[in-house]
Design a protein around this ligand. Structure first.
Ligand SMILES: [Zn+2]
Length: 256
């Protein structure tokens, strides 16, 4: 049974609501308008179709705020006077032996994230995706086995996407809303197929650059994020040991 348009919209609103504004981090002493959009664009790598899904969120205690993900993969309030002091944290390539450690650090900071998972890891880390979901994090799809969608046949790409959605639905009860292409590389087929599935293709607008060896150093890891940080940054990180080692300090720095 497919969800009605209204309930689908509500679901998207609800999910982003939970992620975004609970993830919100206040830039206490900054003028948040001091980052022009072209600065934002310069740090974006994207070949995916522009998404502009509207979503709402609440900080759970006060007002309801409405957010959308703009074409630069930043989270922005739909109300021009809305709170721009938010970031979106996304963690790719799990589940892994780091997932639970990462979750503990997120809990310490009262931060929710999107975990973009690869279904192939589920057999090695049974129950971890469910724990992430139960802790209030969103489960996004990163395909089943992390292949470059631009280098595989359409039939294989279809399977990569569908198998992962099926697993996520089994665990969470719903199809994933968020999708991130492995290596940030999509194809015409994947873009069109994801659109038909009502999934949101996500890239990022800020990054720990944790794939670079230099980012294992905490100062570099943090600076990679902070130097490009702007209101609404969608931050990319993975489940490496050094992400776990540096996440607590990174969140503390962003909170400042
Ligand atoms: Zn990945």
């Amino acid at each position: 049974m497919s969800l009605s348009k209204k309930s689908k919209k509500f679901y998207i609103i609800f999910i982003i609501l939970i992620i975004v504004v609970i993830v919100f981090i206040i830039f206490k002493n900054k003028n948040t308008d001091s980052y022009p959009m072209d600065t934002v664009a310069s740090v974006v790598k994207t070949d995916t179709k522009i998404v502009d899904k509207v979503a709402e969120n609440t900080n759970t205690t006060k007002s309801i705020a409405s957010y959308k993900i703009d074409k630069y993969f930043n989270v922005v309030p739909t109300d021009p006077n809305g709170n721009k002091k938010v970031v979106l944290l996304t963690i790719d390539d799990g589940p892994s032996n780091q997932s639970e450690n990462l979750m503990a650090i997120l809990a310490k900071h009262n931060v929710k994230a999107i975990f973009f998972i690869n279904g192939m890891h589920d057999k090695d880390y049974k129950g971890v995706i469910k724990k992430e979901f139960d802790a209030g994090h969103a489960i996004g799809s990163h395909t089943w086995s992390h292949q470059n969608l631009n280098k595989i046949k359409e039939s294989v790409a279809l399977k990569e996407i569908d198998s992962n959605s099926k697993l996520i639905k089994e665990i969470t009860g719903s199809n994933p809303i968020f999708f991130r292409s492995p290596f940030g590389v999509s194809s015409t087929f994947s873009r069109e197929y994801l659109k038909k599935q009502n999934m949101i293709s996500m890239n990022w607008s800020g990054s720990t650059k944790d794939w670079e060896k230099s980012a294992r150093d905490q100062k570099v890891f943090i600076n990679n994020v902070i130097k490009d940080l702007h209101p609404g940054t969608t931050i990319l990180m993975h489940e490496h040991q050094w992400d776990t080692d540096n996440l607590d300090a990174l969140l503390t720095e962003i909170e400042k």
